[in-house]
Design a protein. Structure first.
Lengths: 325, 330
């Protein structure tokens, strides 16, 4: 059992890849915002890389374990402490019944930390996943963020679970405050909807992530787009309007003047244009951006390049990326 | 809109011109794991939805390797695929092959459940959120008359009064062309064009909408599955279409009630008090949703119906246009 002493700002149970196959029912996949740190944390404790673990956003959470487990904390530096003593991120530790894991405030770049526990968090599977999907109030623990007093059941640990393992230092992702995010042109990129100048601006501007950004969407700066059309025709008066269609996960959706990246809890369908889509292999970076502070530049890649990046990322999600301390 | 004449350019991976029996189809890249397939032009044509759902069903049944899921909408399908296993060209070729082997459009018979939902018009819950909107967001919103959107809706469509608007909403079946935005939210379009209400959206949008609220914007009717912000003109409230706690047998297999290709009608018309009682029965598990599972939608028959009612529908559309010109937009 994992007892929540303090849920912090927003701590949720997630699994990877979340709820796949429900886009046509209005459900985005949910899952961790940073799937790279999340999956490495699971590997460290001997779990399947997609097993259910915790996503701690912006810091300030505390948990107590009621039985012997192996744990790991990956992602942003929230100065993790085990029974009050500092521990390292990106490595596994053995915990005993009664041990307490505390995450403090953010220390340096990055925004989300991931806690994996051997055996995984054994909340009920809802529509194929344990991931918390707050807009639909399903998954995770009662479909919501964790609060003090919540008690989460844990699964059976694998015999491979052991403390004293770490992610090879050269494979630990580095975070900063200025991000380069690989993105592929979206369905309404030039020439019918955006002008070539609009797209050049999109791929060269250092966008600021608005502080009103969360798991449903990442808002970027307001920009006066040129637009290739003067109106949206039957779909509405503004040239950003189209007849409603499905939205890709990670799409950069432009509603009027404001671009919004549709993150893992976002809307599945709507009537605004999408100029680009964040490459699958770059989605993890979004999870570590600090709203209201960090800058993003989009680097254009084509589908084949993005598929290569995805293959490279998958190769990192492997026991070969770990070593004994 | 630019004409593409079969050339691929930029994000357009392929463009197949219209020819006998099929509209233009444009394949657009949508990132490295999605592709958007668009039918015809950017215009409102409900019959495109039948083609979309015909192809969508074929795609699902075919089970192409590397295909993950599809998202049908009014004139498009968003395909989710694994580009590390299936190259875009291979996907396009597979979709084209499937489309070519679909039966002729006029002979399509689409499994299409018929579902009727009780509704309270001009109910206390939507009126309460409209009152909050007037108090906190916009005092002079022209789409709010006497604390509701029905009277504005009647005026904008050239109808006598709110009562006639209600008759129109109840007179037609509504085609579910897509589910999305929020979990389980249906995008419903009127099958009988003689009663096709059109309305502009709220401006600015409304921060609150009750769960179960029913509203229209453009030609589209939506039912709100969860309490949320919204922009549609509200005219009533119905029973839950989404229940994450799965408290009724209708939600036993899935917390989402509606699917693309369903036909929804509204009735019986109930009072606020009756709606409260029905909603309680829904959550108690004793209310039985009115669903005909075995119904089939015959495209050819519907096309004949459209033809037979064309003049009347056209007359209403002209009346609407005249009325809309005289009515302020929000």
């Amino acid at each position: 059992m994992l007892e929540v002493k303090n849920g912090g700002i927003e701590t949720t149970v997630q699994d990877y890849p979340g709820r796949i196959g429900l886009l046509d029912q209005g459900i985005f996949p949910a899952g961790p915002m940073d799937d790279l740190a999340f999956r490495l944390a699971n590997l460290l404790v001997g779990n399947d890389p997609g097993a259910a673990g915790l996503e701690v956003t912006a810091g300030g959470a505390e948990f107590v374990f009621t039985d012997a487990r192996v744990i790991a904390v990956c992602g942003a530096d929230m100065q993790p402490r085990l029974n009050g003593a500092p521990i390292e991120r990106w490595r596994s530790y053995e915990v005993a019944p009664g041990d307490s894991l505390a995450l403090g405030w953010l220390n340096g770049p990055g925004f989300r930390a991931y806690v994996a526990v051997s055996g995984g968090i054994d909340v009920p599977v809802v529509l194929g996943s344990r991931a918390t999907y707050a807009p639909g109030e399903i998954g995770g623990h009662e479909g919501r963020a964790l609060r003090a007093g919540d008690r989460l059941p844990l699964g059976t640990p694998s015999s491979a679970a052991a403390g004293g393992r770490r992610v090879k230092p050269d494979l630990v992702p580095t975070y900063g405050s200025e991000w380069v995010v690989e993105a592929v042109r979206g369905p309404q990129a030039d020439p019918d909807y955006f002008t070539p100048e609009d797209m050049d601006f999109f791929f060269s501007h250092a966008w600021t992530l608005d502080r009103n950004s969360n798991r449903t969407g990442y808002r970027l700066d307001i920009h006066r787009w040129q637009w290739a059309r003067t109106t949206g025709g039957v779909a509405g008066g503004h040239p950003s309007n189209i007849l409603d269609n499905g939205y890709p996960v990670g799409a950069v959706n432009v509603a009027g003047d404001q671009p919004i990246i549709l993150t893992v809890d976002g809307p599945t369908l709507g009537g605004f244009v999408c100029c680009a889509v964040v490459a699958q292999a770059a989605m993890w970076k979004l999870g570590q951006m600090v709203p209201g502070w960090d800058k993003i530049r989009f680097k254009e890649v084509d589908i084949a390049q993005a598929a290569d990046l995805a293959r490279q990322l998958e190769r990192v999600i492997s026991a070969d990326s770990l070593e004994r301390v | 809109m630019t004409q593409h004449d079969g050339r691929a350019s930029g994000v357009i991976l392929a463009s197949i011109p219209a020819r006998e029996g099929r509209p233009q189809i444009v394949y657009r890249q949508a990132g490295d794991r999605f592709m958007l397939v668009e039918f015809g032009e950017m215009e409102f044509d409900l019959t495109m939805s039948f083609r979309v759902l015909g192809l969508n069903r074929a795609l699902k049944e075919h089970g192409l390797d590397g295909l993950i899921e599809t998202v049908p909408a009014i004139r498009s399908i968003l395909i989710h695929y694994d580009s590390t296993r299936l190259a875009p060209d291979g996907l396009i070729q597979a979709v084209e092959d499937l489309y070519e082997h679909l039966p002729p459009f006029e002979t399509l018979r689409i499994p299409s459940r018929r579902i009727s939902l009780p509704i309270a018009f001009n109910d206390q819950w939507t009126r309460a959120d409209i009152a909050r909107y007037v108090e906190h967001i916009r005092k002079d919103a022209p789409n709010i008359i006497n604390g509701n959107n029905l009277e504005y809706g009647a005026r904008y469509n050239g109808l006598r009064d709110a009562e006639e608007l209600i008759e129109y909403v109840m007179a037609t079946e509504w085609w579910s062309a897509a589910i999305g935005f929020f979990p389980g939210l249906p995008f419903l379009y009127p099958l009988d064009r003689r009663y096709a209400i059109v309305l502009p959206k709220y401006n600015p949008t409304r921060p609150w909408t009750p769960e179960g609220a029913v509203g229209i914007a453009g030609p589209c009717l939506a039912i709100y599955p969860v309490p949320s912000a919204g922009g549609y003109q509200l005219f009533g409230r119905t029973i839950p279409i989404y229940d994450p706690k799965q408290r009724n047998p209708a939600f036993a297999e899935n917390p989402i009630l509606l699917r693309p290709g369903d036909r929804v009608s509204f009735g019986p018309r109930v009072s606020d008090q009756e709606l409260i009682e029905i909603r309680e029965a829904v959550y108690a598990g004793t209310y039985q949703y009115q669903i005909d599972d075995s119904a089939v939608f015959d495209v050819g028959e519907y096309l004949r119906f459209l033809e037979a009612t064309r003049e009347e529908a056209e007359a209403f559309r002209r009346r609407q246009e005249e009325a809309a010109k005289r009515t302020p937009v929000p």
